[in-house]
Ligand binder design. Structure first.
Ligand code: 1HE
Length: 258
C-alpha cells in the first residue's frame, strides 16, 4: 500500500516501509513542509513495519535544506526552524524500528544530516558528501554537529565545513560516512537484503539498537554499563530470545556468516 504526500511517497512492502523524498525537480531539497511530513511518518510507524528504507527520487538523494526557507528569517525564526529539524531527525534516530538510508548523487548539507540520523547508510558509487553550509555563510542546524563527529570525527567535519571538501562514495565509506558502498545499479537490492535481515531480528534487539545504544554512548561509562545490563537482561527474558538461543544450541540456527 502506498501513500503519496506532497513531498514524500510512503510505501509498505511486507515488513519494510519505503519512504522516498519526492521533490526531484528541487533535488529533494528539504523545505519546512517536508520536515513536517518526515516527522509525521516517523511518529506514526505502522505496526507491520519492522524496518524503514529512506531514499530519494531523481538524480540525487538530497540537496539539503531548501535554502529559500532561510532567506528572510530572523534569529528566532532560524532557531525555531533548526529545532523543528532536530525534532524530526530525532524521530528517525529514535524510531521504534531501524532505518536504512539508500544514498546516491548529492548527500549534502541537511541531506547529510538526514542520512546521519539513520542507522545504516548504503551509498551507491554516484554518492558525494559535502557540508556547503560553510560556503553559504551558515552553520549546520539539523543535528549534524552532534551526529557527524561521531561518524567521522570532529576534525573531518571541521575540514568539510571550512574548506567545502567533497567526499566521493568510496572516500565516504573509508571515513565512516556509510557502512556499505555498492555499484550504482545495486543499491536497491542491497537495502532490500539488509532490510529483510533487520526485519527478521527480535523487536527488542532492534529497539535496543535504535533507542538504547545511542543513550548508552552519550550517557557515560557507569550509566552506560548499567543500561547495557538492563537492556541485555530484558532482551534475554523474552520468549523469542529463549527460542533463538535454544535453536542455536540444538543445531537449528545459522552459524555466524552462513
Ligand atoms: C535547491 C537546492 C537547495 C537545488 N535549496 N533549491 N544545500 C546546498 O547548498 C546545495 C545546493 N545545491 C547544489 O549544489 C546542486 O543543486 C546539487 C549539486 C545538489 C545538484 O545539482 P544539479 O545540477 O543536479 O541541480 P541544480 O540545477 O543545481 O538544481 C535544480 C533545481 O533545484 C534548481 O531550481 P530551479 O528552479 O532553478 O530549477 C535549484 O535552485 C534547486 N535546488 N538545491 C533550494 N538546497 C538544517 S540546516 C541545513 C543547512 C543546509 O542544508 S545548507 C546546504 C544547502
Amino acid at each position: 500500500m502506498s501513500t503519496i504526500l506532497k513531498n514524500l511517497i510512503v510505501e509498505q512492502k511486507g515488513k519494510v516501509l519505503y519512504v522516498a523524498l519526492n521533490r526531484p525537480e528541487k533535488r529533494n531539497a528539504v523545505n519546512t513542509e517536508t520536515i513536517s511530513e518526515i516527522e509525521a511518518v516517523f511518529s506514526n510507524m505502522p505496526k507491520e513495519a519492522k524496518c524503514v528504507v529512506l531514499y530519494g527520487n531523481g538524480k540525487h538523494f538530497c540537496a539539503g535544506l531548501d535554502l529559500s526557507d532561510l532567506q528572510e528569517s530572523s534569529a528566532i525564526e532560524g532557531m525555531l526552524h533548526s529545532r523543528k529539524w532536530h525534532g524530526a531527525m530525532d524521530k528517525i534516530q529514535f524510531s521504534s524500528v531501524p532505518v536504512v538510508a539508500l544514498l546516491h548523487g548529492a548527500c549534502v548539507g541537511g541531506g547529510l544530516e538526514l542520512a546521519s540520523a539513520c542507522h545504516i547508510r548504503v551509498a551507491e558509487e554516484s554518492t558525494f558528501y559535502a557540508l556547503p553550509e560553510g560556503q553559504r555563510g551558515i552553520f549546520v542546524g539539523g543535528g549534524g554537529s552532534v551526529r557527524l563527529p561521531k561518524l567521522i570525527g570532529t576534525a573531518r567535519m571541521t575540514d568539510m565545513m571550512l574548506t567545502g571538501r567533497v567526499y566521493k562514495a568510496n572516500e565516504g565509506y573509508q571515513v565512516g560516512l556509510s557502512q556499505y558502498v555498492v555499484n550504482d545499479s545495486e543499491g536497491r537490492a542491497k537495502v532490500e537484503e539488509l532490510a529483510e535481515k533487520i526485519a527478521g531480528n527480535a523487536p527488542m534487539t532492534n529497539f535496543a539498537l535504535t533507542n538504547i545504544l545511542p543513550r548508552i554512548v552519550d550517557g557515560g561509562h557507569d550509566v552506560g554499563l548499567m543500561m547495557e545490563s538492563m537492556a541485555g537482561a530484558i532482551a534475554q527474558d523474552a520468549p523469542e530470545a529463549k527460542k533463538r538461543l535454544k535453536d542455536f544450541l540444538e543445531g537449528r540456527a545459522k552459524k555466524v556468516g552462513e
